[in-house]
Design a protein around this ligand. Sequence first.
Ligand SMILES: Cc1cc2nc3c(=O)[nH]c(=O)nc-3n(C[C@H](O)[C@H](O)[C@H](O)COP(=O)(O)OP(=O)(O)OC[C@H]3O[C@@H](n4cnc5c(N)ncnc54)[C@H](O)[C@@H]3O)c2cc1C
Length: 614
Amino acid sequence: MGLSQSRAVVNDPSKFATKVTTAVDNSGPWKGYDYVIVGGGTAGCVLAARLSENRDSTVLLVEAGRSHVGDLQTSNPLGFSNIFKTARDWNLHTSKKKHLNERETYWPRGKILGGTSATNALIYHRCPPEDFNEWVTLGAKGWSYSDSKPYFVKSEAYCSNPKWHPEINAVEHGSDGPWKIRHPSETAPSIEAIIQPCQNLGMRHIHDMNAGSGSLGVSRFMGSMDTRSWTDSTSTAYLTDDVLARPNLTIAVDTTGEKVLFSTSSGGRPRAIGIEVATGPDSPRFLVSAAREVILCGGAVGTPQVWLLSGVGPANELIKLDIPVVKELPAVGRNPSDHVSSGPLAFRAKPGSTYDYITNPISGLFAMFKWLIFGRGPLSSMGWSSAAFVRSMDHTVPHYVQGECRVVPVNDRTSGPDVPDLELICFPLTVFDDAFPKPPPGTSGITLAAVALRTESRGRITLRSASAWDKSVIDPNYLSTESDMNILVCGVRLLMRIARTEPLASKLTLKPHATDPTSPWWPGDADPDWVSDDEICDLLRRSALPAWHPVSSARMGVNPEDSVVDPELHVHGISGLRVVEASDFPAQLSGHPCAVVVAIAEKAADMIKQDSIM
Ligand SMILES: Cc1cc2nc3c(=O)[nH]c(=O)nc-3n(C[C@H](O)[C@H](O)[C@H](O)COP(=O)(O)OP(=O)(O)OC[C@H]3O[C@@H](n4cnc5c(N)ncnc54)[C@H](O)[C@@H]3O)c2cc1C
């Protein structure tokens, strides 16, 4: 049938909600469903599919963005950066910060069915088991790795060809789930060449970092893509034609959930009874009721915004904007944590070993056909297809300067002694930072970046105004501590070493001893022995960027003073309301979050179904 023709998908609120008029107010009655899910992103699509498996329950999924069907731009694995700042993106920016030379930084977030799983870099990473076990110590009972693993497996349809990847033990992976996971069919030669130099520098080669034995070492990534090499987001994976044909599921696109509506019981405990939606700032408002639960899946920025607009959050902030306080919860929007990257560092390469040639319009067209027709070629590959995970405080990794081991002081915030706090990644073409012009035609290079994973800096997400149509103020507070900065200093030094280690070194054409830190090829060309820590810190203040993994803005825990949801994902002190998404994470992960969000949504669906039969 296809989503565009599906009865389940609507963009006219009068089809599923009740228009607010003078005769209809917050006291109802309104059109209604058993479950109303706000945000059809990574988690929201999983929940909509799983909850509507029970044909006795009715489910409404409300998504601010468009339908993903027929959208080629969100189908190509390598092309995720082409989605930046388009209509499929919220196009958010952080506030200016002094640690980053007063720069605003761009924050992409998916605005389409499938959310950021449809606009991301596809990396499938379950993250180290220790991260989940740490969650339990932070109050998230029931979320240890052994509790969560069945949900990774349940979601997954592992489909790499065993002939090409005999090293993978298929027993560790799911085969019956909806979400297709595999290795890309192609990888640029320069990227393949990063595994060996890392091993030569003493790192362990991990065949499968999703097999539960941690990710410390160097490995190739698996990605969320189907056997044609098309991106498999949670919308393409979970909202199949069969699911869309269910009479008990309705999906509203181009519709924003503005706020949650509450009733108050005689005991004074608020209960979520529905939501208010609209299609634009000046369009009519509609109300829709939720007989069982409202479930917020708006993501690490979207959900805190809905909370605050609904009167749930730090009371002083709400009062300032004349928003009536329904429930004071000081932790809403107060603890977001993000990974932060060095920004792109370009290294000159020999022609033929990178994918720079696809930026030429004719070669690009040829590559597009090769991907569309055969599922092969550069466009079938993942941009970031391998990575090294290291501990910045490890004295055995070579941060050497002039032969001396020079490890800068870093506070160990990892979840265990074998867990990384630094990721080193590699992209198969030249990317210059925003501050530089695009690389000239004929350029050949690779881009390396260091990502600090377990940072100390904590930010804040607050409302700009009492309107759902104004973007929130996002202050991730990147690199606000010396230790966070030092993790990236280690990372940049390591990248410079890796680039000078065989067999990568002979694929690159670095100019020895470049000394101009304002060149887009610096510090790629610079001699690692002669670059000072101060020079690297200056570079980081100019170039550091978000690594796109914000979490914990409505985190799980037991204390309502410093958390928002309990381990069952119910909001503290409110009935009929849960949050299911990356903002639930009790603490930041030492890896990529998308697979974890999917596992959380799978487990949440089981918990919600279980509650409905009690
Ligand atoms: C460019 C980029 C690359 C990334 N690459 C990777 C990667 O390779 N691997 C990885 O593991 N992670 C990656 N991530 C991170 C990962 O994709 C996200 O952490 C994860 O998808 C977040 O899932 P979520 O359900 O919390 O939010 P989202 O998937 O963002 O879902 C939120 C949804 O809610 C909708 N919404 C928000 N507010 C409202 C509202 N008021 N009303 C209605 N709808 C609303 C949004 O439009 C969106 O569809 C990347 C992120 C970015 C930005």
